[in-house]
Design a binder for this molecule. Structure first.
Ligand code: NAD
Ligand code: MG
Length: 394
């Protein structure tokens, strides 16, 4: 039986992964090695019982008692803490979903590659912060990484069977998020609640706010740069409010291959689960006539400065991606906490990048995961300082 694990099983991507695995036969069809989650131990335990997982891990030590209780008599082992999550990722598996949100997903992504598994990578932070290291690790271990971000899965599928040397460019679509049509002055006043309502996709709160600020798209541009080894000028972003075209690939003969589908992450997850085969998936079928029209427009860099910042990050290379991710996460925390405003997030990230440029050898590619994590830590300290200064000025 195929051995699977899901890291971040209780999240939006994790629950969709669970849903597909349950529909494909659950414990009768898969041997579940590990499932991990956060404070929602009831859901984690329920999933672990259903799939008869070997181990269920909560990120929080103080939740271990509750998890043990919820798993009593099930035969599923319980564990807690970041180290326990990484240990679980070292357990041999054939297919591993990396769907923890943020840089907390880095260590499990790296650990999972060690056993040569297929790594279904939803955690884009792994590629943005440590892309070169991650791909090198996968190569050395003979592991396969399949992108699960919808845009990257779309590019991956559009490139299937094509000669890579004929590839000219990729175009990543962006819905524009919750605040797409807001004027610049109004964006500065956007609240957490307003930024947390995505027009098309049902996702975790952090990525939903990142969609409204376009930090998510900025991360995805860098993710495509790393994963597909594209130069920055080969990657374009276009606003497409309907979220039906997920990405397009342009070739040297002028042909453009587009990937279309309903905005449902179970497509990208299911593609990675069944790869290299395609199997029937429970996603809505497109009715183009009912849709009527698909529209596209250029993004406004003044309203969405994250899209400009990602270009600077790619031009700098080295540790800039790790700094960008950690600074963005810390700025997002400060926005959610009501410390800084919506537009301040980009300002704080930009200031952090210039501060770190004078503090570390930013253009050097980190040589090991430990170094990425050190840079991550230093960045969080600096971003928090800058966010506190900005809060005082408000
Ligand atoms: P989510 O917030 O819904 O779920 C996150 C999961 O990670 C939960 O299981 C949570 O318990 C766990 N987690 C959170 N913090 C943790 C920590 N410090 N240590 C260990 N576990 C922790 O997030 P999501 O929307 O499912 O996104 C997961 C990842 O997938 C992110 O990297 C996101 O960018 C990416 N992604 C998500 C979508 C989507 O549609 N939701 C689409 C593309 C990519
Ligand atoms: Mg995406």
């Amino acid at each position: 039986m195929r051995r699977i694990s899901i890291f971040g099983a209780t999240g939006s991507i994790g629950q969709s992964s669970y849903d597909l695995i349950a529909r494909a036969g659950g414990a009768e069809a898969f041997e579940t090695v590990a499932l991990t989650g956060g404070r929602n131990v009831a859901l984690l335990a329920q999933m672990a019982r259903q799939l008869r997982a070997k181990v269920a891990v909560t990120a929080h030590e103080d939740c271990l008692g509750d998890l043990r209780e919820a798993l009593a008599g099930s035969g599923v082992e319980a564990a807690a803490g970041q180290a326990a999550i990484t240990d679980a990722a070292r357990r041999p598996a054939d297919w591993v979903m990396s769907a923890i949100v943020g840089n907390a997903g880095l260590a499990p992504s790296f650990a999972a590659l060690g056993s040569g598994a297929i790594l279904a990578l939803a955690n884009k932070e792994s590629l943005v912060s440590a892309g070169k290291l991650l791909l090198a690790r996968a190569g050395a271990a003979g592991a396969t990484i399949l992108p699960v971000d919808s845009e990257h899965s779309a590019i991956f599928q559009a490139l299937h069977g094509e000669d890579r040397s004929a590839l000219e460019r990729v175009i990543i679509t962006a819905s524009g998020g919750a605040l797409r049509d807001w004027p610049l002055e109004k964006l500065a006043t956007a609240t957490v609640a307003e930024a947390s309502k995505h027009p098309n996709w049902a996702m975790g709160q952090r990525i939903t706010i990142d969609s409204a600020s376009m930090f998510n798209k900025a991360m995805e541009v860098i993710e495509a740069h790393e994963f597909f080894a594209l130069t920055p000028d080969q990657i374009e972003v276009v606003i497409h409010p309907q979220s039906i075209v997920h990405a397009l690939v342009g070739f040297n003969d002028g042909a453009v291959m587009a990937h279309l589908g309903a905005p449902d992450m179970r497509h990208a997850i299911g593609y990675a689960l069944n790869w290299p085969a395609r199997k029937t998936l429970p996603v809505a079928r497109l009715d183009l006539a009912a849709l009527g029209g698909l529209t596209f427009s250029a993004p406004d860099l003044a309203r969405f400065p994250a899209l400009r910042l990602c270009r600077e990050v790619m031009a700098t290379g080295g540790a800039a991606g790790a700094i960008f991710t950690a600074a963005k996460e810390t700025a997002l925390d400060a926005f959610i906490a009501g410390q800084i405003g919506f537009m301040d997030m980009a300002g704080v990230v930009e200031s952090t990048l210039s501060r770190l440029t004078s503090e570390i050898a930013i253009t050097d590619v980190p040589s090991a995961l430990e170094q990425v994590l050190q840079i991550d830590h230093l960045t969080r300290v600096r971003t928090a300082e800058l966010a506190a200064q900005m809060a005082q000025r408000r």
